[in-house]
Design a protein around this ligand. Sequence first.
Ligand SMILES: Nc1nc2c(ncn2[C@@H]2O[C@H](COP(=O)(O)OP(=O)(O)OP(=O)(O)O)[C@@H](O)[C@H]2O)c(=O)[nH]1
Ligand SMILES: [Mg+2]
Length: 216
Amino acid sequence: MHVLDAAFLTSGVEPRAWPEPRRPEIAVCGRSNVGKSSLLNALLGRRSLARVSRTPGRTRAINFFSLRARMPDGVTTELLLADLPGFGYAQVSRAERAAWRPLIQRYLETRPTLRVVLLLCDARRVLGRREDPSLLREEQELDRWLRESVGREVVPVLTKIDKLSKHERRPAAELAHAMLGADPVLCSALSRQGTDEVWRRVAGALESRPAAEGVL
Ligand SMILES: Nc1nc2c(ncn2[C@@H]2O[C@H](COP(=O)(O)OP(=O)(O)OP(=O)(O)O)[C@@H](O)[C@H]2O)c(=O)[nH]1
Ligand SMILES: [Mg+2]
């Protein structure tokens, strides 16, 4: 899948502020500071379309981006990408943290055109599960809920893989597989490692459900 062009569309907390659900949509979901906005930029081949911040918890609403991509069969498709607010950040107010769950849950559950969820986990936290199995429990629960209750296609992505040494990468992938039951894509927004594989998985997911079955 090859991205032809991309643009920021709109930002919204409430469903009425979201774009009309007319095109297949991909959501980028994960803990605050995991690298959602950075991965989105890397996927779109743009330096700073989505705002990247050193301060976690910056993305508070859902940011929507439109893109045109050439699919593996040569057909050009218009898609939407949704950059979701991060969860689990302790420093935002309690009220804001409490607001996260209903917003994200409502989006993930009800968005009729949502076809793939990229579930991001920091590669270092995944490795950290060897010592502390309680790490990434929210991600594990979210993954199960998405697959089993909502029936979403989930692609696990390990972010910031450049921070692991070469020999740590395979164990991290194996731990993620054991945790989520699927092979993760190992990504770095710095080197753009893994972005082609993410697009391959997305294209596969978009193809796997015939148009007549879904909304689109
Ligand atoms: N080394 C490295 N750093 C990364 C990578 N991806 C993101 N970062 C850094 O991690 C920090 C957070 O990145 P963001 O993309 O803003 O993370 P986010 O998940 O969108 O954060 P929120 O919107 O606050 O939830 C920034 O300082 C990035 O530069 C990566 O692949 N490698
Ligand atoms: Mg962000």
